[in-house]
Design a protein around this ligand. Structure first.
Ligand code: BG6
Length: 472
């Protein structure tokens, strides 16, 4: 059955600065926490070269245009603009993103920019990072600089990529654990920084639109046991609704408050923060979805490692609240992430139900091992299958009234996976390098590139299945 998408649907592809750009110290760039991140394993590559998007952006954007992308989501590296996070502006960094934005526009591809994707300037980290108010002010200053510079050409902005995953998966993303009592002060600072960016965007970008970009994955209970259902309610609140409630409703989620009270964690919130929270709201919700999460009530919470990871969370275990559980109903990728297209539909319905706002999916994808064939082709049928199933659920969500206006999956080109290096490939475009050898970094469109090109041209996806109505 052919599933058609609304006219003007925003087809795109996404990536982030530190996972693609490389050129870690070029043209005055400062160090970010991704450049200095402590690593458990050194058999995966770091971000010093990545896929050298810094020097290949023209070629890559031309390929994305050939694929038919209407929008390209990328992030700006704060440390290219302000090498120390604050202070002197680096004109070479600003000029670089002028070129990237202009290259997009020359190809008829709309740039959609994420302000911040896990890469805090190290100079700010040294002075307390997100523990400190100074970082909030520095973020606002940085955001205002980029809005002023690119606001004449860039209309759609994203604030802070996955603050929820950054805090929940601190060890994997930042290379160190943030103690619970500091985690939620950081939450507050990140969310206030976002509010300041929303305010600044609306002041400085004529007609500009801005959205939060959390990772939202519906949390299922492991069973119909009352305690398991309650566990899912709490993890849904802590993992995601707390973030969107702050962004879109200007409130602290009540279950998060209960959780914090029971944990004995308090947060410093000023009157000015409360005013700001309730006064500035996003224009749309951007969200990243890879798979769903399942939890049970932890009858025995003595061992943290008993909590199964939801792939993007550390082992999930919180005494009295929830514990991760392997969902036996879902298949898994080569990297043991579950695959749950139905979960995407349910997640979209839940967001519509709670917030009733336009939604853009800004990440969705499958990481896999793959080798270039001697003929220079890459047959990633498993990725096509993943996208086909998820796009089918997007179409069904739209039919059900979800205001889904765009789909920009992960990733535009192969990049360095946050957790698993270069071997875990997500892109529509293969980049010929491996963990240790940068080779020539040549680009090769994959089979999925051509498949997605067809989907975009048709504004439709063939779900490959018979039509069945209802909620199944
Ligand atoms: C998201 C991040 O959490 O997941 C991306 O926004 C990341 O930066 C993606 O690449 C996939 O995770 P991983 O660990 O496979 O790179």
């Amino acid at each position: 059955m052919i599933r058609r998408f609304p006219d003007g649907f925003l087809w795109g592809a996404s990536c982030s600065a530190h996972q693609t750009e490389g050129a870690w110290d070029a043209d005055g760039k400062g160090l970010s926490v991704q450049d200095t991140r402590p690593r458990d394993t050194h058999d995966i590559c770091d971000f010093t070269v990545a896929v050298d998007f810094y020097h290949h952006y023209r070629e890559d954007i031309a390929l994305l245009a050939e694929m038919g992308a209407k929008v390209f989501r990328f992030s700006i590296a704060w440390t290219r603009i302000l090498p120390e996070g604050t202070g002197a502006v680096n004109e070479a960094g600003l000029a670089h993103y002028d070129d990237v934005v202009n290259a997009c526009l020359e190809h008829g591809v709309e740039p959609m920019i994420t302000l911040y994707h896990f890469d805090l300037p190290q100079a700010l980290e040294d002075r307390g990072g997100w523990d400190s108010r100074e970082t909030v002010d520095a973020f606002e200053n940085y955001a205002r600089i980029v809005f002023e510079r690119y606001g004449d050409r860039v209309q759609r902005w994203l604030t802070i990529n996955e603050p929820n995953i950054m805090l929940l998966v601190d060890k994997k993303i930042l290379g160190r654990a943030i103690p619970l009592e500091r985690k939620y002060q950081q939450f507050h600072h990140l969310m206030i920084a976002e509010k300041l960016a929303i305010k600044a965007c609306h002041e400085l970008v004529p007609g500009g639109q801005i959205g939060p970009v959390p990772n939202i994955s519906i949390v299922y209970p492991a069973s119909a046991k009352p305690k398991d259902f309650r566990a899912s309610l709490y993890f849904n609140a802590i993992r995601q609704w707390a973030y969107l409630d702050f962004s879109c409703k200007g409130i602290y989620n009540p279950l998060l408050l209960d959780y914090l009270a029971k944990k004995g964690v308090s947060i410093e919130v000023t009157d000015a923060d409360r005013e700001l929270m309730a006064a500035h709201f996003p224009d749309f919700i951007a969200m990243n979805y890879y798979t769903s999460v399942t939890v049970e009530y932890p009858e025995d919470a003595s061992n943290m490692a008993d909590g199964i990871s939801d792939q993007q969370s550390e082992d999930i275990m919180d005494a009295g609240f929830y514990k991760g559980f392997t969902n036996p109903n879902l298949e898994k990728t080569q990297f043991a992430w579950t695959i749950d297209p139905q979960g995407m539909l349910t997640t979209l319905l839940a967001i519509e139900d709670r917030y009733a706002m336009p939604i853009v999916i800004t990440e969705n994808g499958l990481g896999a091992y793959i080798e270039l064939t001697p003929e220079g082709t890459i047959k990633d049928d498993y990725r096509i299958d993943y996208y086909r199933k998820h796009l089918t659920m997007c179409a069904r969500a739209i039919e059900s009234g979800v205001q889904l206006v765009g789909y920009s999956p992960w990733s535009a080109i192969d990049l360095v996976s946050v957790h698993e290096g270069m071997r875990k490939r997500y892109g529509f475009i293969f980049v010929d390098r491996d963990e240790a050898d940068e080779k020539q970094l040549a680009r090769y469109p994959k089979k999925s590139f051509h498949w997605y090109q067809r989907v975009i041209a048709d504004n439709a996806v063939d779900d490959g299945i018979e039509s069945k109505e209802g909620v199944a």
